[in-house]
Ligand binder design. Structure first.
Ligand code: SF4
Length: 300
């Protein structure tokens, strides 16, 4: 196998592929409301990564709609995707997570959030779901380079990520780390530094996103002003392959592309062809005789 993907993981664990129910839990983000920043990360759209989720539906309705289209045998992950899904008082978090777990066919709870919105109480609440479903937390690191973090207005530095990882580790909550390839000012050196940084930690999963410029974002302004140019598809394929080959073989790679709704995409146009991107990465890995973890030893 070229890399451990999530489908294979689920097939091993449940004997089948699982479907994701992407949920907008009605949360906000401290990097947009002034608590730690304003304007948000420069690539973040108006729906905080939930652009493809129907607007204005309750959590229960979102889940029921997805389940109503599925057969009795299908299994699901309830994935709180939009904005920062641990950014609320504990009782609200619990109420919203409970609203999603309304059917036995939902066998995992996945929660996307920021490292600065993880504390012991939140981790303890999330861990409490482990007796009902599988649980994991997704942290939007994007890069290990604090200089880039400042440029993209991420609003926290890597020490905050490390603190969150420690807390989640204490509660034995698997962590999936999000990375973005093609951030402003980042090339091969920065990707190498991020991979080397990640090799220091026991991480359960990684999502590799190709950057895209979305309408009505600060990154779009930078693109139109000539201050930013996304990588070419070939550059992306090379850098994504670098990451794959330098991740521990134990890590589950959840995705290797980004996904921008067509109507919101400014650039690069190659982002529209998800299957082509995946195929190119797989071909690159084969042609160069590399696979997940085959170059991980470079860091030892
Ligand atoms: S942390 Fe997430 S939701 Fe908040 S601004 Fe950044 S990308 Fe958007």
């Amino acid at each position: 196998m070229l890399y451990n993907n999530l489908s294979s993981y689920f097939r091993k664990k449940h004997g089948k592929r699982l479907k994701k129910i992407c949920i907008d839990g009605g949360f906000g983000c401290p990097n947009r409301d002034g608590t730690c920043g304003v304007g948000g990360c420069i690539y973040c759209g108006e729906r905080g990564a939930g652009e493809h989720i129907d607007e204005g539906l309750s959590i229960e309705k979102q889940v029921k709609t997805a389940l109503s289209k599925a057969g009795d045998e299908e299994l699901f992950v309830a994935y709180f995707q939009s904005f920062t899904n641990t950014y609320a008082p504990l009782e609200i978090l619990k109420k919203r997570y409970d609203e999603a777990l309304i059917d036995d066919r939902i066998v995992h709870l996945a929660i996307g959030t920021r490292p600065d919105c993880i504390d012991e109480d939140i981790a303890s609440l999330i861990a409490s779901y482990k007796n009902r479903v599988g649980v994991w937390v997704e942290l939007g690191l994007q890069t290990a380079n604090d200089k880039t973090a400042y440029v993209i207005n991420r609003g926290y530095d890597t020490s905050v990520f490390e603190r969150a990882l420690k807390i989640l580790e204490k509660y034995e909550i698997p962590v999936c780390v999000h990375l973005i390839v093609g951030l402003p000012g980042e090339g091969e050196e920065e990707i190498k530094a991020t991979c080397k940084y990640l090799s220091r930690f026991e991480i359960w999963g990684v999502k590799i996103h190709s950057i895209f410029v979305m309408k009505n974002t600060r990154l779009a302004d930078m693109y139109y002003n000539g201050e930013y140019e996304p990588p070419t598809l070939d550059e992306y394929v090379r850098l994504a392959s670098y990451i794959i080959s330098h991740l521990s073989k134990k890590i589950i790679i959840h995705r290797i592309t980004g996904d921008c709704p067509k109507e919101l995409l400014v650039a690069p146009s190659w982002n529209e062809n998800k299957n082509e991107i995946i195929e190119k990465i797989q071909n690159y890995l084969k042609e160069n005789s590399i696979s997940q973890g085959s170059l991980y030893g470079d860091f030892k």
